[in-house]
Design a protein around this ligand. Structure first.
Ligand code: PLZ
Length: 450
């Protein structure tokens, strides 16, 4: 059990002893409402005391099965032994010097790991930051410095963050952008190969969507003005959309042919989440730059831009940085997380989670017409809910009701999608198979009670 859960000492069980949220959580929620800004939401206001392996314990003594991983972060669990050991040792030695003031080995080691693990055998360099949004912003800075061009191309349903530039890159207005403009200029959005909703069907979707995207870039922006094309190899917040086969290679070829920096945003899909170190490996794609965060550091705040050395080196000395970027404790956490991923072969675990989930979800799809589509890879799996399978009218109410029903039973699930109608499953990769199945039982029962 210890090995399976990445070293978490927590009992790996679901335990519901109060209503969820329970009385102590409700008390804390009242304090929170009085002092925490209303704009900061929470999916489920149960206040956490401990978390690890596949569970989250709350102040009322409940233990929830975790199908969220803190939005795809705690792939190794929320208290993985190697993360705790390395980060604690680092904490005792020093918390911070600022890498731009006096450097330390941990930062360099993380960059060495990134060079080894990311796709392609070219010379690579990295720069470290604090959040995913910050990594994406820096990828744009680097691509602009390298190409001496300004335009940035992104896709329908894309999500890249909440800072000003990344809000512009993010597709969905509510809740991410509404009322927060004006947004950064020189950002252009083009179609993505969303197979399930492609008018002429999923089989034609890849090449057709690529042709449309490339046509729009050429006609509306001009390839010679484009610094970067940024895409999530599996679109996360937009609804776990896997671009239809052929789409990504066509876009990469277009970027390569036109001197455009191709950026894979693997912040959600990276680090074993999809059963590979990076989701873009699936179609043999080698990005020029890759942005990572979330799963990289077992829950500590760390993000990176990694890419071709000549592109990464194009920003002038002193042009990239930030006080905390590559904090030593976060770097130690990352080295612990990567160690755990290798030791427990978490790519294999993610593939097994896919097998179990897709097997069970396809049986549910036969019984429940509300499940329009099952998709995703590894431990990044989702169901898209529809009012009826003919029109594919989105059913966000069903997604909300299902999430609520699961929460009441002690299963934490998240929703996503441009239409809010996708229920997504992102368990820690170290979750035990019994908990995984118990979670799926709860989803099945909730579907039956819709
Ligand atoms: N790129 C692909 O998934 C973060 C957002 C949750 P930060 N996704 C979760 C929310 O509602 O804020 C994300 C991502 C992709 C960039 C980001 C941004 O990463 O670390 O949240 O800034």
């Amino acid at each position: 059990m210890t090995e399976l859960t990445g070293g978490s000492a927590l009992p790996q069980e679901r335990r519901v002893v109060t209503a969820i949220p329970g009385p102590k959580s409700l008390e804390l929620q009242a304090r929170r409402t009085a002092t925490v800004a209303g704009g900061v939401g929470s999916v489920l206001p149960v206040f956490t005391t401990r978390a690890g392996g596949g569970v989250i314990e709350d102040v009322d003594g409940n233990s929830l099965i975790d199908f969220g991983s803190g939005i795809a972060v705690t792939s190794v669990g929320a208290s993985a032994e190697a993360v705790v050991r390395r980060a604690s040792a680092q904490l005792a030695n020093f918390t911070h010097t600022c890498f731009m003031v006096t450097p330390y080995e941990g930062y360099v080691e993380v960059c060495e790991q990134l060079a080894e693990l990311t796709p392609g055998d070219h010379a690579k360099k990295s720069a470290l930051f604090n959040s995913g949004a910050e990594a994406v912003e820096n990828a744009v800075k680097i691509a602009r410095a390298y190409t001496k061009r300004q335009a940035v191309v992104v896709f329908d349903h894309g999500y890249h963050g909440r800072t000003n530039l990344t809000m512009a890159l993010t597709a969905k207005n509510m809740p991410y952008k509404h009322g927060f403009g004006p947004f950064a200029p020189e950002v252009y959005r083009v179609p993505v190969a969303y197979g399930y909703r492609w008018p002429t069907g999923a089989e034609n979707c890849g090449p057709e969507a690529a042709a449309q995207a490339i046509d729009q870039i050429t006609k509306q922006v001009g390839a010679e003005n484009v610094a970067a094309i940024i895409i999530e190899p599996v679109l996360g917040e937009g609804g776990f959309i896997e671009p239809a086969k052929g789409f990504l290679p066509a876009i990469v070829k277009f970027a390569n042919d036109n001197g455009i920096v191709f950026v894979a945003d693997e912040i959600q899909s990276g680090f074993c989440r999809t059963g590979q170190w990076f989701a873009c490996e699936d179609e043999g794609i080698v990005p020029d730059l890759i942005t990572t965060a979330k799963g990289i550091a077992g829950g500590l705040p760390l993000a990176a831009v990694t890419g071709r050395a000549e592109i990464m080196d194009s920003a002038h000395a002193g042009g990239l940085g930030g006080t905390y970027g590559g904090n030593p404790v976060a770097c130690a956490g990352a080295l612990g997380a990567i160690e755990t991923m290798r030791e427990l072969d978490l790519n294999a675990k993610a593939k097994r989670i896919e097998e179990v989930m897709k097997g069970r979800l396809s049986v549910m799809q036969e019984k429940f017409p509300v499940i329009g589509d099952i998709r995703g890879r590894g431990a990044m799996i989702a169901i898209e809910l529809v009012k009826d399978r003919e029109t594919k009218a989105p059913a966000p109410e069903a997604a909300g009701a299902l999430a609520k029903a699961c929460h009441a039973e002690g299963l934490l699930v998240l929703t996503c999608g441009t239409y809010g109608n996708v229920l997504r499953f992102l368990p820690p990769l170290v979750i035990g198979e019994d908990l995984l199945n118990e979670g799926l039982d709860i989803i099945e029962a909730a579907l039956g009670n819709l």
